[in-house]
Ligand binder design. Structure first.
Ligand code: K7E
Ligand code: CUA
Length: 765
């Protein structure tokens, strides 16, 4: 221990004074040498140059990808394809404490269905909040297909704030999609089921009793939460509603939803009936659902909805009568419907058709106005003739699924699942301009802000379903493969294969990195899951442990490098609640907290307050500690939970002590003086240059002085003990000054290096 401190002083001194080790001489390989050795072509090199983000530089775009069955969201950068974070949404995630502390558990448990805890989700479609149809970078939404739920993630801190359970569906897939000003986030049911909860109807009553639907969740932007009371649904036939999109520009106020299995076929392979896949693709067409959601919202507000499970549902009968619901045939088992950036067309891709169908919003409106319908479906919904709604059909290839848009007008990219290709085509002229093979079986694809009114072009990502031969084998379960494609030129160029070790991603959205402005710290004492002051928060010096009956409540703090309190004593059987506030203001100074064997963990970022709770049901000794390597003395950031047996009485009342001498004390005092000299020299350097022009440095300097400020009063304290010849206390309090100095010096040296590397200039004194 002492040896280590001595070593770190030496290191500190060396760094402060600036001994730089000279680089060893070696013969450098040329670029040509490397290309030859690694068998890299000019084309590879170009791709590498387009994706490489040198150290210290940042990506241009940030992607939020669905994490599929992981129930999470994956965040990565473009063009580097480096993974930045997994966002915990429907599934516990221990690093972030999600599901292991009380505050995040409260969010996770909002997703309970009928009191059942659900600890996973099947996330499909993320959506970024929009203002005037453009991504605004404030919120992210994502659906859970398996358990019909929707989550709200705040992009100020990238944390899940809310989960809402769909009150009438049993599965949902066509969501999340946002309206152009994020008034509503909507989702479509997938597999039809009775809308009333816990109602049983046999499959023989499928046509009469099973239903699909669309739910429009009202988003309260001021609160940053969905307002379930102001949300509503529209009842739809049991047609297996699928992907959807919101109208924009001229089509704002309308939503469009595909369907498959409008045959309403019910399988039964075990009874010798042909399976779903046969019965669900028998017809040549399915239905595009066209809904006037703005009018629907007005009708609901006017009291025309029926309450089902306490939720407003506009029934089909009302929707038909009020003229807000229409169907248009679409070929065959379609998947994606994607509204063009100008809002004039809806492009539908039919999985079993080689064409994409471009529907005209203008033509659909004309047919509605003229009352020109070719028929009505079995539920009485007016059906607009396909030819009356179509602008054109374009043959692209096998298995078209999803479409995204370019910044250049009329250009679209459609994924071809069966062909394993991306088709680049012009929807104004109706012709294919380029095709590129991907590896393999592409599902969704994504261009930069490519589903907004203002796509950014440049890059496209192919979200492939199969990776087969792309990566080093890791067992039968292969990684996912996201491929980055350069679309800035006439010909598409494949740039990069990224194996994703979490899946299966369905859709992803990419936003310009500069639009995201997440914070680096919370206001001290914030519950990050409610965005409100945490009732268990305390400031330094206010830490307290109380006991009422068998309930022990600890209000503690964390700062480099100690946890207050360092001992928690309880009786066996006590319910223990520990609230911890991270007092740090420094960027990235997160502390973690866990107690041995009690299955609790918290990630406590600067300013945050988090609660962990457990029943101390076994007597014994349980170390607790900080789980983030937060400082040189991180390992010492520790304490003991002592769970005492019933009726236990102490026999010994003094703690085991170290034995320090006057010489130890003097050595510590000298160390403190030497370190202060380093700090002074670093401060002299920093203030001699234009450090105020570097916001990151200003923050580091602030944090450094914050640390140094904590030494106040400690000098008097150690000198007081020294006067009484209490060398133990004198030495340890002097040592504590040095602890703060080390953190100050560390920040100061980091600031100095930053300034030197970023061309700081001398300023006149
Ligand atoms: Cu996998 Cu959008 Cu759910 Cu298509 S979805 S591939
Ligand atoms: Cu705090 Cu390690």
């Amino acid at each position: 221990m002492k040896a280590r401190i001595k070593q770190s002083v030496t290191l500190l001194l060396a760094a402060g004074i600036g001994f730089a080790a000279a680089g060893a001489a070696y013969s450098a390989e040329s670029l040509q040498d490397v290309m030859k050795r690694r068998n890299i072509s000019q084309q590879d090199l170009l791709a590498a140059a387009k994706t490489y983000v040198p150290t210290g530089k940042r990506d241009e775009f940030v992607v939020f990808s669905s994490g599929g069955q992981s129930g999470q969201v994956i965040v990565y950068g473009i063009p580097s394809m480096r993974i930045l974070k997994y966002l915990a949404v429907f599934t516990p995630e221990p690093w972030q404490g999600y599901g292991f502390d009380e505050n995040s558990k409260a969010v996770l448990r909002q997703g309970n269905i009928d009191g059942k805890e659900i600890n996973w989700g099947d996330t499909h479609h993320p959506a970024i909040s929009e203002t005037d149809g453009k991504y605004d970078g404030q919120y992210l939404f994502i659906n859970d297909k398996a358990n019909p739920r929707l989550a709200v993630i705040d992009l100020r801190d990238f944390e899940t704030k809310q989960i809402v359970v769909n009150p009438i569906f049993k599965s949902e897939h066509g969501g999340a999609f946002v309206t152009p000003n994020t008034d509503y986030i909507f989702e479509a049911a997938q597999y039809a089921a009775p809308l009333e909860n816990k109602k049983f109807y046999p499959l023989e009553e499928f046509n009469e009793k099973y239903r699909g639907g669309m739910t429009y969740w009202k988003f309260d932007r001021k609160e940053g939460r969905i307002d379930a009371k102001k949300s509503f649904s529209v009842e739809l036939p049991p047609y297996s509603q699928d992907l959807s999109d919101a109208g924009k520009g001229p089509s704002d106020g309308w939503s469009f939803t595909n369907s498959f299995c409008s045959e309403r076929y019910v399988g039964g392979i075990e009874k010798g009936r042909p399976p779903y896949e046969a019965g669900c693709s028998a017809k040549d067409t399915d239905y595009l659902h066209v809904i006037n959601w703005k009018k629907a919202a007005e009708l609901v507000a006017a009291g025309k909805a029926k309450k089902i499970n306490g939720h407003d549902v506009l029934m089909m009968e009302t929707a038909i009568k009020e003229g807000i619901l229409f169907l248009v045939p679409e070929p065959k088992s379609p998947h994606g419907v994607d509204v063009t950036p100008d809002g004039k067309f809806m492009i539908v891709a039919g999985k079993l058709d080689t064409h994409v169908s471009v529907y005209s919003f203008e033509k659909i409106q004309a047919a509605i106005k003229a009352g020109k319908f070719e028929s009505h479906d079995p539920y009485g919904i007016p059906v607009i003739g396909m030819k009356d709604a179509l602008d054109k059909q374009v043959q692209l290839g096998l298995g078209p699924l999803h479409t995204q848009y370019d910044s250049k007008p009329c250009l679209a990219y459609t994924s071809l699942y069966v062909d394993s290709q991306v088709a680049k085509w012009n929807y104004c002229e109706g012709k294919v301009v380029d095709k590129l093979s991907v590896h393999y079986n592409i599902g969704h694809l994504m261009s930069m802000e490519g589903d907004s009114v203002d796509p950014k072009g440049r890059y496209l990502v192919a979200l492939n379903k199969l990776a087969i031969d792309r990566f080093v084998p890791v067992g039968p379960l292969h990684p996912q493969n996201h491929q980055l494609i350069d679309i800035s030129n006439d010909k598409m160029q494949l740039l990069y294969d990224m194996p994703l070790p979490l899946g299966e991603p369905h859709y992803a959205v990419a936003i310009e990195a500069t639009k995201l402005k997440p914070g680096v710290r919370y206001k001290v004492g914030t519950d990050s899951r409610t965005d409100k002051p945490h009732p268990g928060a305390v400031r330094a010096g206010e830490e307290v442990t109380t006991k009422k009956g068998n309930k022990v409540e600890v209000k503690g703090t964390l700062i480099r490098s100690h946890i207050t309190p360092e001992t928690i004593e309880v009786d066996v059987g006590d319910e223990v609640t520990i609230h911890l506030t991270n007092l740090e203001r420094a960027q990235d100074e997160t502390h973690g907290f866990t107690v041995s064997t009690y299955n609790v963990h918290a990630s406590i970022e600067p300013g945050k307050t988090v609660t962990v709770k457990f029943k101390a049901d076994k007597e014994g000794v349980y170390p607790y500690y900080c789980t983030e390597f937060c400082s040189a003395l991180h390992l010492e950031m520790q304490g003991y939970l002592l769970v005492k047996p019933k009726g236990w009485k102490p026999t010994k009342t003094t703690l085991a002590a170290g034995s320090y001498t006057e010489a130890d004390y003097k050595a510590t005092v000298k160390k403190v003086a030497d370190t202060q000299a380093i700090i002074d020299s670093v401060v002299a350097y920093i203030t001699s240059v234009n450090y105020k022009d570097f916001p990151d440095v200003v923050a580091m300097v602030e944090d450094a002085f914050d640390q140094l400020g904590k030494t106040k009063g400690l000098k008097e304290k150690h000198e007081g003990f020294a006067a009484k010849k209490d060398w133990e206390n004198a030495n340890l309090w002097a040592e504590q000054i040095w602890q703060y100095q080390v953190k100050t010096a560390d920040l100061g040296l980091r600031a100095k290096t930053y300034l030197e590397q970023n061309g700081a200039k001398k300023v006149a004194k």
